[in-house]
Design a protein around this ligand. Structure first.
Ligand code: COA
Length: 384
């Protein structure tokens, strides 16, 4: 350690000689153009190709939304069943330890599918459909395999969300649960240049294939800063336990400097429109009454406390809060929540892959060099 510090002290560091603008995390930087999703954080608005998220949730299906994102056209109807799994994908899922994170299983399945199918350049809508339809079958198969159960073949009559529930639980899904998950899928389908979508576009910009782009996107979404919060919302509500305990629990957590899960957002400075749409869905779900009334009471209290403690920083409910309510309500195990979020984002990822390919330019930004100035190896070429 002392040697390292000595070496650093004697090194001439080339520090900030490059004066071009730099924004850590690329915050606020325009890194592309897209006609897919518009996230208006100030006004709390989200549109897909111009259509507001609340209308899409109220009147559309995930299959229609996916077609809209891929083709730009709103179809009167659309059917997107889950896809059968190729044998090598099932074999790869069986080879994983049962303790593997479900996101890793999903990424593995996508990678094996890519190696078998070798999707060519440029990416196509058919490839986008195939990968989006593969993912729920793969996740459901892994969830069963890890419990020692056999995977279940898709029911081609069911839509993606209902088909996923059928392949996961092995029973015809309750239509209300399937509809609620479909609504969740719609709210998760697209959200601008988030980290996973940007990753998919970077990979596509090298003219790599769509399966590689989706593998990269899943890898980016696996990080807790991107895809992790709904299961933590469930933990939080379990810890709070009842409305009577909520006030003290929230105060104690905030006094310890902890973040309340399901609140705050990097972009939204208003109520997250996806949370509003999902709250309505959750309110319509049977058997949710107790859990939902706790969630609503805690939300009201939390919003009040956050406003008191951060008067200058608008902090509102984000999508994860009511996503947790919906996913909990349909009986998904919390450790499947992040990968289920990834299922929903497939339509957006693959739509961005298609859009990137149409007007492709290799994404290759510059970096400001802040390392040692040019020098010679010890004992080599000291004179110039
Ligand atoms: N609970 C309590 N305080 C919060 C908070 C939360 N959920 N979110 C932000 N804050 C506070 C911060 O402590 C900070 O206060 P300070 O200025 O006194 O230090 C201030 O608000 C600004 O926070 P900042 O970290 O700059 O916000 P961000 O835009 O970087 O963070 C999130 C966005 C989503 C990472 C953040 O709000 C968060 O951690 N939320 C909880 C996790 C969550 O719900 N994630 C899902 C996102 S969809």
């Amino acid at each position: 350690m002392a040697r390292l510090i000595n070496a650093m002290a004697t090194e001439q560091i080339e520090h900030k000689t490059d004066q071009r603008a730099y924004s850590p995390g690329l915050e606020g930087v325009l890194a592309g153009e897209s006609s897919l999703g518009k996230v208006d954080g100030e006004r709390g608005r989200l549109t897909y190709r111009g259509y507001p998220i609340e209308e899409l949730v109220r009147a559309g299906t995930y299959a229609q939304v996916a077609e809209l994102l891929w083709t730009g056209v709103w179809p009167d109807s659309a059917h997107l069943p889950t896809a059968p799994l190729p044998d090598p994908v099932v074999a790869a899922l069986r080879a994983l330890p049962p303790t593997a994170p479900p996101m890793d299983a999903l990424r593995t399945a996508t990678s094996v599918w890519g190696a078998i199918n070798r999707p060519g350049w440029p990416p196509t809508v058919e490839q986008a459909r195939a990968l989006t339809a593969l993912a729920p079958s793969a996740l459901a198969a892994f969830a069963r395999i890890r419990q020692g159960k056999a995977p279940i073949d898709p029911d081609p009559e069911l839509e993606l969300a209902g088909g996923f529930l059928y392949q996961l639980f092995g029973a015809t899904p309750d239509p209300a649960a399937a509809r609620a998950l479909d609504a969740y899928f719609i709210t998760g389908a697209e959200h601008g240049f988030n980290a996973s979508t940007f990753t998919a576009r970077v990979i596509t910009s090298t003219q790599s294939d769509i399966a590689s782009a989706v593998c990269g996107a899943i890898g980016a979404m696996k990080g807790p800063l991107h895809g992790g919060a709904p299961s933590e919302v469930v933990n939080q509500l379990h810890q709070i336990g009842s409305v009577e305990h909520a006030e003290k629990w929230l105060d104690d957590a905030l006094d310890r400097g902890e973040r309340l899960m399901g609140f705050g957002h990097r972009v939204y400075r208003a109520y997250d429109p996806r949370a509003a749409a999902l709250r309505q869905v959750a309110e319509g779900m049977a058997g949710m009454a107790d859990w939902l009334s706790l969630a609503v009471a805690v939300e009201d209290m939390a919003l009040r406390k956050l406003a008191q403690r951060h008067p200058d920083r608008p902090l509102f409910t984000n999508v994860e809060y009511y996503a947790a309510a919906v996913l909990q309500g349909i009986g998904l195990p919390p450790d499947l929540f992040p990968a289920t979020f990834a299922l929903s984002r497939h339509a957006g990822w693959t739509a961005h892959v298609l859009e990137q390919a149409v007007a492709n330019r290799l994404i290759r930004p510059d970096v400001r060099y802040v390392g040692p100035a040019e020098r010679s190896l010890p004992g080599v070429g000291a004179t110039r």
